[in-house]
Design a protein around this ligand. Structure first.
Ligand SMILES: Cc1cc2nc3c(=O)[nH]c(=O)nc-3n(C[C@H](O)[C@H](O)[C@H](O)COP(=O)(O)OP(=O)(O)OC[C@H]3O[C@@H](n4cnc5c(N)ncnc54)[C@H](O)[C@@H]3O)c2cc1C
Length: 373
């Protein structure tokens, strides 16, 4: 039995339900509420808090390393590569403007890609470097990448022969970002309901029926599904595969000299400083099949490799304890572009953010809100 107060405020039929309280889901809800202040907007999140990749990631505010962009260039052509970089760059600018650098802990300390001695990747990057900078010039208004081998020693790295730097990237605090986004969404009047696991969606002429794991049914006028790597359970036909990423965080390292974000091994490995510690992730390429999973776990194979890199490349000669390990689930597919589309007149999906959701999440959300609006 519900009181009139519950019926009016909490259980009235939502104009929009957003499924998933990640960066995409929360921004979608916020943008819709802003456009339609009188609408009842409800976010359904299965975890006790946001619990997808948006709270597990490495916090790189980045738009692609030279080796990644050159690979995209040869696989998909110039226009596709440039469009993607522009989306990421505009996304980062919008994110910083919307939430503020202070609130998201953004540090403009630079982004780097490093290459080992005899690294075939270096030869490819060196060959395409100047042309890449020229092609990117209209987006950034300057040569965005510079060689910075002199900093290898400054950062204390070993086994690294060459380094590229851009001043336009840097690390942010993922937890602060999500907390401030949650606060802003709720402050705008969005209702967020946690421990609400959606198990089924049926679209009808008059609305959408959403089944929850606790057998409850919620009816909504419109729905945006922003479940990213978990989307197969709801829409098996979509090309969104779960792609697990593993991370470790060290104990504080005395005299840590790293500053900024670092990509290594074609972007399969990434690390950064975080409050005097090293946050290191990646290694999915060691076991792509095994990491195509939504299971929340780490594995010895990948964690051992990350620890080896820590010992041999990032913190040579130091004995460092690992304080924390975790994993997060990305959504990937044949294309690197996100899927933002109608699944029916009242249902939109905004998924497959790949490894760049921090950068593009806000723009994917704006697009999803636009489709519903
Ligand atoms: C280890 C790791 C490192 C990364 N590093 C970076 C980085 O440095 N920079 C960068 O730009 N990107 C990075 N990414 C990618 C980035 O985190 C993602 O692209 C982005 O967070 C995706 O946001 P999302 O809102 O689409 O999905 P998510 O954040 O995954 O949100 C989906 C939400 O839906 C909820 N959910 C799922 N199924 C249901 C259901 N049935 N019912 C209700 N709720 C449901 C989940 O609990 C989750 O909260 C990284 C990802 C990982 C895993």
């Amino acid at each position: 039995m519900k009181s009139i107060w519950e019926s009016n405020q909490f259980h009235r039929q939502p104009d929009l339900v957003v499924v998933g309280a990640g960066i995409v889901g929360l921004f979608t809800a916020l943008f819709h509420k802003r456009a339609f202040p009188h609408h009842h907007v409800l976010v359904l999140e299965r975890g006790p808090f946001p619990s997808g990749a948006s709270v597990k990631n490495a916090g790189f505010a980045c738009f692609g390393s030279p080796s990644e962009l050159l690979a995209d260039l040869s696989n998909e052509g110039t226009d596709a590569m440039l469009d993607r970089v522009e989306e990421r760059w505009l996304g980062l600018l919008e994110l910083r403007k919307e939430l503020g650098d202070l609130a998201i802990g953004f540090e403009p300390t630079g982004g780097h890609e490093m290459y080992a001695e005899h690294d075939p990747l270096y030869t490819k990057v060196a060959d395409g470097f100047d042309r890449l900078n020229e092609q990117l010039h209209p987006i950034f208004g300057k040569a965005v990448f510079q060689w910075d081998d002199a900093s290898i020693h400054r950062f204390g790295l070993t086994g690294v022969k060459h380094l590229v730097r851009t001043d336009l990237e840097g690390p942010l605090d993922t937890g602060m970002l999500m907390r401030s986004l949650l606060q802003k969404s709720v402050g705008s009047g969005v209702l967020v309901r946690t421990n609400a696991h959606l198990t089924g969606i049926i679209e009808q002429a008059s609305g959408v029926e959403l089944s929850l794991a606790n057998s409850e049914v919620v009816r909504a006028a419109n729905v945006v599904v922003a479940t990213n790597g978990y989307s197969k359970a709801l829409f098996p036909e979509l090309d969104v595969q779960p792609a697990r990423g593993q991370v470790l965080l060290t104990e504080p390292v005395e005299g840590l000299r790293l500053k900024g974000t670092f990509h290594y091994d074609e972007g399969y490995v990434y690390f950064r400083d975080y409050n005097g510690r090293v946050l290191l992730g990646g290694g999915r390429n060691l076991d792509i099949a095994g990491e195509t999973t939504t299971e929340d776990a780490t594995t010895p194979l990948i964690q051992n490799e990350l620890e080896r890199l820590l010992r041999e490349v990032i913190l040579p000669g130091k004995t460092i304890a690992v304080a924390q390990r975790w994993s997060g689930i990305m959504g990937m597919g044949a294309s690197k572009s996100p899927i933002v589309q109608h699944m029916g007149p009242r249902v939109v999906v905004a998924v497959r953010l790949g490894g760049m959701g921090v950068a593009i999440g806000i723009r994917v959300a704006r697009q999803a809100a636009g489709l519903i609006g």
